[in-house]
Design a binder for this molecule. Structure first.
Ligand code: FRU
Length: 512
């Protein structure tokens, strides 16, 4: 944005100077209105029309993956990939925010910064996790010290602009994540690769050991290692080369999850990879069992995606939550590497999903994930029951702004489906439509507003959603430039960014 504003002011100044001298002012006036018209589509300092309000964004600069999601003494921590110097990816460090309720966040100073090495190479702090080392198993804290935080992250080393290593390193904090020290004997896990990353550690009580999942990104493989002290790691097993392998594999995690309405527990492997549509990015999951060494997935005939939209990536679960809270909670990055660097925001670039609670349900003997958003009650919310009605072909729902939660219980009756125009203003709209015959819910953002900043952005996504007793339930979160759609109590989820140029957020349903 520094660049955006700079050019804006530079052009304005020049134009004003030329206008005073030139008789070709009219032509320039047309040119100037085109330029200012264009710039209105960009999120401006002070106005920031695209900055979400109930999704966390960093006050400024580039962000990507959530890192080190952990709970300690009443605080949830969100660390994240952060560039302290600008709005494009680079200088990767860890930003930091905390929350007491997972609904509102407070930004804290940078936690882990990139650094220079004595041999002239640089280390960036790539994605990783944070654990609470309750009993000082790592020996990194003073004797008897309880509840130290240990971060395990990928140390990404470059020299002369070349990537020379990706290995896993440790940092530790004895003041609840406010200040950190790097372990002096880093790295702690190195297989001599430049594509080995994103460690995610949890405490495995039956063996009294830490277990880490880490990816060999280009081989579509997750490796599991165990350790008693977070420093010495032994390979347990590998899992991979199945499900979606259309892109690389990143950000793996392995966690336990209860099956809804039973006492049964299963395990989930979650990772970032490809999307149903060619060359976009997404996340997939496998449900199965873990015996302390090997993960065995249930049989599935196709990849299972966490989110069917284009903008949900790199999610990881929170660790160390109170024992009474059994359902995992995750947060993802809202963006897609395909166009992430170009989204038309200003001082900030990139945001995070609201936290989502996971549970498992079974359909035809196959376990699947169900997701519930954790959202503040103070958000403007409308809960509406709609009955398909052919006598009136459309109904308007008034919304003041582009920021709300809309819960719709839709009785499909004899209709063929509907189109729900969100963020509507004249021709501009983001269309959520349902086709009863094919049981398909689609989101079309091709006319959603500012779509031309990247050729890959205009898109339509679809997901299969079965009505329940002739009804469809949609929980829609709209937050300026983010739309998260939870269908049928979160059995299917779709997250997409949109950049409407107008503000009044109106909604219209058209019956088919
Ligand atoms: C995923 C990712 C990770 C890596 C990080 C770097 O979005 O590519 O694999 O650690 O981003 O910022």
């Amino acid at each position: 944005m520094v660049v955006d504003t700079f050019y804006y002011h530079f052009l304005k100044l020049n134009f004003e100077m030329i206008m005073q001298k030139s008789s070709t002012g009219i032509i320039l006036l047309v040119l100037w209105s085109c330029l200012t018209g264009m710039s209105q589509n960009i999120d401006k300092i002070g106005k920031e029309k695209y900055r979400p309000q109930f999704h966390y964004t960093s006050p400024k600069n580039w962000v990507n993956d959530p890192n080190g999601l952990v709970y300690l003494d009443g605080e949830y921590h969100l660390f994240y990939q952060y560039n302290p110097f600008g709005t494009k990816w680079g200088h990767m460090s860890w930003g930091h925010a905390v929350s007491k309720d997972l609904k509102t966040w407070k930004t804290l100073p940078i936690a882990l910064k990139e650094f220079d090495n004595t041999d002239g190479s640089q280390t960036m702090i790539f994605s990783g996790c944070v654990v609470v080392d309750e009993n000082n198993t790592s020996g990194l804290f003073a004797k008897g010290f309880k509840k130290g935080m240990v971060a395990m992250f990928t140390s990404h080393v470059t020299k002369d602009q070349k990537d020379i290593a990706q290995h896993q390193s440790l940092a530790y904090s004895s003041d609840k994540g406010r200040t950190w020290k790097y372990y002096t004997k880093n790295p702690v896990l190195d297989i001599g690769s430049t594509n080995f990353r994103d460690p995610n550690v949890f405490w495995y009580a039956p063996k009294n050991k830490w277990i880490v999942s880490v990816v060999k990104a280009l081989e579509y493989k997750i490796q599991f290692y165990e350790s008693a002290n977070l420093k010495d790691w032994t390979l347990l097993s590998e899992f991979g080369k199945q499900g979606d392998t259309t892109r690389i594999w990143e950000c793996p995690s392995l966690f336990q999850i209860p099956v809804e309405g039973t006492n049964e527990q299963k395990w989930v492997v979650m990772l970032s990879s490809g999307h149903r549509q060619n060359n976009y990015l997404g996340m997939q999951y496998f449900v199965g069992d873990f015996d302390g060494k090997t993960f065995t997935p249930q049989k599935q005939n196709e990849p299972f995606f966490i989110d069917e939209g284009k903008d949900f990536y790199a999610a990881v679960p929170f660790y160390n939550r109170p024992k009474s809270q059994k359902d995992p909670i995750i947060i993802g990055w809202i963006n897609d590497w395909e166009y992430a660097r170009e989204i038309p925001t200003s001082t900030w670039r990139g945001s995070f999903s609201v936290p989502r609670k996971f549970s498992l349900f079974q359909e035809n003997g196959v376990y699947q994930l169900k997701q519930t958003p954790i959202v503040s009650e103070s958000i403007f919310t409308e809960i509406i029951t709609l009955n398909a009605n052919h006598k009136i072909n459309s109904q308007k729902i008034r919304m003041k702004d582009n920021q709300y939660r809309l819960v719709l219980n839709i009785n499909l009756l004899a209709s063929k489906g509907f189109a729900l125009d969100l963020l509507k203003n004249a021709e501009e709209k983001s269309i959520l439509s349902y086709n009863v015959a094919t049981e398909t819910l689609s989101f079309d953002r091709t006319k959603s507003g500012n779509v031309d900043f990247h050729e890959r952005f205009k898109s339509i996504e679809s997901m299969h959603v079965k009505p329940k007793n002739g009804k469809l339930k949609l929980d829609i979160l709209v937050d300026k430039s983010i739309v998260e759609i939870y269908a049928n109590d979160g059995e299917k989820v779709l997250t997409d960014m949109v950049f409407p140029t107008k503000k009044n957020g109106s909604v219209e349903i058209i019956w088919k």
